[in-house]
Ligand binder design. Structure first.
Ligand SMILES: Nc1ncnc2c1ncn2[C@@H]1O[C@H](COP(=O)(O)OP(=O)(O)O)[C@@H](O)[C@H]1O
Ligand SMILES: [Mg+2]
Length: 157
């Protein structure tokens, strides 16, 4: 999706695709796999922690919300670009989101059990450079997370 933006990232240097069932054990699996793949760009510990957090929130949403009423997979694609940009797609074919704008508001949650904070999208937005969310009710949701990795600080070298 959104090939127009790829020019900005210059050349794609590597790509990973991962399909996993939307079950809770795969939240940690997806987070670790994406982090391991991104390691080749030598991210700072802070950048890596940010990416792990954002992926964790996106995948948790697939597991907790998208497939509440049926079983299914989620699909992750990670593109790495020569200018140290990381682009991560998290796709599900679950229930979709009726009102994306509202869902992205801080503290908004449809979780009636009171276990969720409603801060998932806010975390993704704050920890990455860019977040796009496309969704169709009954069809699924695509979350795209983009971040250009910074240089390591002196402390992190
Ligand atoms: N992949 C998804 N499929 C269906 N609904 C989703 C998905 N991701 C998010 N949502 C909806 O958006 C709301 C806000 O998500 P989020 O900010 O992560 O907060 P939380 O998960 O704590 O409720 C969720 O409560 C849910 O209704
Ligand atoms: Mg969430």
């Amino acid at each position: 999706m959104d090939n127009r933006n790829c020019k900005r990232y210059r050349d794609e240097i590597n790509k990973m695709e991962l399909t996993l069932p939307a079950i809770s054990v795969n939240e940690g699996m997806a987070r670790a796999a994406v982090a391991a793949f991104c390691a080749q760009l030598s991210p700072s510990p802070t950048d890596l922690a940010d990416i792990k957090c954002a992926v964790s929130e996106a995948v948790t949403n697939c597991i907790v919300h998208a497939y509440k009423h049926k079983k299914g997979n989620f699909y992750i694609t990670v593109n790495l670009y020569s200018d140290k940009t990381v682009r991560i797609e998290v796709l599900d074919k679950g229930c979709g989101i009726a009102d994306v704008r509202r869902a992205r508001e801080p503290l908004f949650t449809t979780d009636a059990a009171g276990e969720r904070s409603g801060m998932g999208f806010t975390v993704m937005e704050n920890f990455m450079d860019r977040l796009t969310v496309s969704s169709r009710e009954g069809k699924g949701t695509l979350v795209v997370l983009t971040k250009r990795l910074g240089r390591k600080t002196a402390e992190e070298e």
